[in-house]
Design a protein around this ligand. Structure first.
Ligand SMILES: [Zn+2]
Length: 417
């Protein structure tokens, strides 16, 4: 199974926007841009919402059937680890092996020694096509990288083999993710992580490093855009080099997690993809749930009262909801409106505070991030929430589809807004 050059992680908290999401991918196809949709959903999301991986598969199947999509598509077991992989085996054909928790856990000294010995040929000044300067590689550096990442990659190998045994090698796509950690990985680290992945025999087609800067959920990139652009280009160069050097899958590409709404880096990303003729996978799942809220808010009065209730409860349960997302949100609580204030808002005020339009004075990224992680509240509303999604399907679908196509696909893959 081969993942094509461009792919897009849509996923969907409540499994209601499959068609709206797919319609955005189809719109790209009409423009001559081929993108594989991947419905991704993590164990964390399933647990919080009370859905199963089979629900995600069904959502994809329904959307594909109704819209008569004849291209490839996948269902991604997102951020899975040894403890929860089994419940995804049957329904998924894309597995994102999350081994971030094993970073910095030391591997056996003999394993580290063997790794250092094997890759000592790169010690010195390494030239890589596409990187202007040479990479200075020392034995100490390789040893430090092995100490940091070797055990994590071994873990990924274990999960990969477990899945391959159950499903058959070649019958699924593998991604290795290390994004949910505090320290970004440098291009040199990425190079040796890929070497270790090749040694483990993991046929990874996508790799999700932690990039420099903050990739907070649902809001723009926070950090030095120039530094990101340089690192991203170097990562692309390293991936291309690693494919040749370590015989990794020829279509191996970077995967950007929490990739939605990073408007300020889409330009540099699009430019780099063209420059390196590289592919990309972008995960954007959570942004669709926010478009559902915007659609509901616009569908006053019943939809508006539901979203106000979601906000009030999310604010009250701030710590509980934000906890699992600590590394991927930054909320300034002083900037959060009170529930009483929000209760007075009309539909336009609610939608304007939430919609990601940085030119709009009412836009509030703190409000947006809290709602981003507040989907548990809506899940607990049960059919009251999902019935509202159904009732207001038309306006929500329009928001979902437009957001994906206009604000994400176009700037990332076409390179224009
Ligand atoms: Zn991630």
């Amino acid at each position: 199974m081969i993942l094509e050059k461009y792919s897009f992680g849509i996923g969907d908290r409540f499994c209601h926007q499959g068609k709206a999401q797919l319609s955005a991918i189809m719109k790209a196809k009409e423009q001559g841009l081929s993108i594989t949709p991947v419905w991704n959903k993590s164990h964390r999301e399933h647990t919080i919402i009370g859905t199963t991986p089979a629900d995600t598969r069904q959502e994809a199947l329904d959307a594909v059937k109704v819209l008569q999509w004849d291209g490839p598509y996948f269902v991604d077991a997102d951020h899975i680890g040894p403890g929860n992989v089994d419940r995804f085996i049957e329904s998924s054909d894309f597995f994102t092996l999350d081994v971030a928790d094993f970073i910095a856990q030391p591997a056996d000294k003999s394993d580290i020694d063997a790794f250092v010995k094997k890759y000592s040929k790169y010690i010195g000044s390494l030239t890589i096509d596409g990187i202007e300067h040479t990479l200075d590689i020392t034995e100490e550096r390789i040893r430090a990288i092995a100490g940091e990442f070797l055990l994590a990659v071994r873990q990924a190998g274990g999960i990969y083999r477990h899945i391959a045994e159950a499903k058959g090698a070649g019958s699924f796509i593998t991604e290795v993710s290390m994004d949910e950690t505090d320290q970004p990985q440098t291009p040199i680290e990425l190079l040796f992580i890929l070497a270790a992945i090749a040694d483990e025999g993991i046929p990874t087609q996508t790799i999700a490093p932690k990039f420099t800067g903050r990739f907070n959920k649902g809001v723009d990139y926070v950090g030095d855009v120039t530094a990101f652009a340089k690192e991203f280009e170097e990562d692309l160069a390293v991936v291309a080099f690693a494919v040749r050097e370590f015989s990794l899958p020829g279509n191996l590409k970077l995967s950007i997690h929490s990739g939605s709404d990073k408007f300020s880096i889409y330009g540099p990303i699009a430019g780099a993809l063209k420059k390196f003729d590289a592919g990309l996978h972008v995960k954007t799942a959570g942004t669709t749930w926010l478009e559902e809220l915007i659609g509901l808010a616009m569908a006053a009065p019943d939809g508006l009262s539901i979203v106000k209730e979601v906000y009030a409860k999310a604010l009250y349960r701030f710590g509980e909801l934000c906890g699992p997302y600590a590394t991927v949100i930054d909320i300034d609580t002083a900037e959060l409106p009170t529930a009483e204030e929000v209760d007075k808002w009309d539909r336009q005020s609610f939608a304007s505070a939430l919609r990601h339009d940085q030119s709009c004075e009412q836009y509030n990224p703190n409000f947006r991030q809290l709602l981003h992680v507040g989907y548990k509240v809506a899940a607990e509303m049960g059919t009251r929430f999902t019935n509202a999604l159904q009732k207001h399907e038309a306006i929500i679908a329009q928001n979902v589809s437009e957001n994906i196509y206009e604000r994400h696909i176009k700037p990332v893959f076409i390179g224009s807004l």
